[in-house]
Design a protein around this ligand. Structure first.
Ligand code: GUN
Ligand code: FE
Length: 425
């Protein structure tokens, strides 16, 4: 018998497809190192002699992937939420992000951010840092120490931002190259670099060309923002008159899926052409419903994305979103879809609990590989939830307990957590 086989037991609940939950009451989850072997109602005899970590009647779910979060914005979440995107960037975001020039401030802020993420339901995330190389590395050191699995990016911006945050084109590219080399030397296990051109308004054509060269040289993934706000979209059309639509402005530089793994946040106002290109190029969409409400961006047509078979995950988009706790984002996704259905387009059915669960786990998780499910060969990410604080007089089955958790839980319900085969909480 392999010494490395480990077993945890509890009420297992996960999704293989978006339309239904798989439930194994008092089931066994068997894994080796960082690979799930299987889930069982009755433990196979081979495993019988092995010790079992028994979580009793607690729920065990796969870890969630937050496909879009800004680490430096955690410090001002909940503040200045009465503006739209472009004004909010100028007034709140850029002045705050400038503070990360100072490593001492960055350390203080990033410790608070990483600690919160570690205590929540997220096991994986696509993280924006700032333009600053040193503090981005500091953030990556902290994320690595936490055991969370992330793609983390030094932001690029060389135009349309205040002088104190703006990089020269050449400097932006060179700093990014040096940052990639620094990351390689650190030999992180769970913390990987991702190219992060902030969005088209803050990146010149020349900078995008240079970023593509780095993408090809180091085979890196890409994250950015897309079609979030009408004013932003009109601005992109002015800046890139030759582009057919917003996403095309990335695609012209090879930064929109196809040969590079790409995740785009928002896609609230993507038209048919943009949706078709995202599908063709395999672009991931990070749906960030709370941010879209807070910044009055709108409500993304997630039903359309799902029906057309696009990759859609959930993002918190802190600080556009105020909460890094992904159950909250899932509840917002359902609620936003209901308003959209009622007010904008009653042909697009609202999202269900199993659909948002799938998006937060297996759907978005596939950006990282085989993660977000308890099927064999998936990586071992799991969150153990204890709902005893949320008292109830009636009988409830496991699925009901989970559904309720989407709306009611916070990090007090997170009892234990495993990421990439290691217990991190
Ligand atoms: N677009 C460009 N930068 C940002 C950002 O920091 N947050 C959001 N929500 N959208 C952006
Ligand atoms: Fe964002």
């Amino acid at each position: 018998m392999n010494e490395q086989v480990k077993i945890i037991k509890g009420n297992l609940i996960f999704t293989k497809t978006s339309n239904k939950f798989e439930v194994i009451e008092h089931g066994y989850l068997v894994y080796t190192d960082n690979q799930i072997q299987g889930v069982y109602q009755v433990l196979p005899p081979d495993y019988a002699p092995l010790p079992v970590e028994d979580y009793g009647s607690r729920l065990i779910i796969p870890g969630f992937s937050d496909l879009h979060i800004h680490a430096p914005q955690f410090s001002f979440r909940g503040l200045g939420m009465d503006m739209e995107l472009l004004e909010w960037l100028e007034t709140n975001t850029f002045p705050e992000e400038a503070k990360f020039q100072d490593p001492a401030y960055a350390k203080k802020a990033y410790e608070i951010f990483v600690d919160s993420l570690r205590r929540g339901v997220t096991t994986r995330a696509c993280v924006f840092a700032t333009v600053h190389r040193a503090s981005t590395l500091l953030l990556m050191d902290l994320l690595e120490a936490s055991g969370l699995v992330t793609f983390t990016g030094k932001v690029n911006m060389d135009r349309n931002c205040p002088d104190y945050l703006c990089e020269e084109t050449q400097e932006s590219a060179e700093e990014t190259l040096e940052w990639i080399k620094d990351v390689k030397h650190r030999h992180y296990r769970n913390t990987k670099p991702i190219l992060t051109p902030r969005f088209i308004p803050s990146c010149s054509d020349e900078l995008l060309e240079k970023i593509k060269m780095l993408q090809l040289r180091y085979a890196l993934p890409v994250q950015s923002h897309l079609s979030e706000n009408p004013g932003e979209i009109a601005w992109v059309q002015e800046l890139c008159p030759e582009s057919e639509f917003y996403g095309d402005a990335y695609d012209r530089y090879g930064l929109f899926g196809a040969d590079c793994r790409t995740v785009m946040a928002h896609c609230v106002h993507s038209d048919e052409r943009e949706i078709a290109r995202m599908k063709e190029n395999g672009v991931y969409i990070a749906h960030c419903p709370e941010s879209n409400m807070n910044l009055s961006s709108g409500i993304a047509p997630v039903r359309t994305f799902l029906d057309q078979g696009l990759h859609v995950g959930i993002g918190s988009d802190v600080a556009g979103g105020s909460a890094d706790f992904l159950f909250r984002a899932m509840a917002h996704a359902i609620q936003a879809s209901k308003l959209r259905w009622r007010l904008a387009d009653d042909s697009l059915r609202p999202l269900t609990a199993s659909e948002v669960f799938y998006m937060a786990s297996k759907g978005g998780g596939s950006f990282f590989g085989k993660t977000g499910s308890f099927e064999p060969e998936y990586e071992m990410d799991a969150v153990v939830l204890d709902d005893k604080r949320l008292g109830h007089p009636q009988e409830m089955d496991v699925q009901q307990r989970l559904e309720r958790m989407i709306y009611l839980a916070d990090d007090r319900e997170v009892y234990a957590k495993y990421a990439a085969g290691k217990k991190i909480l």
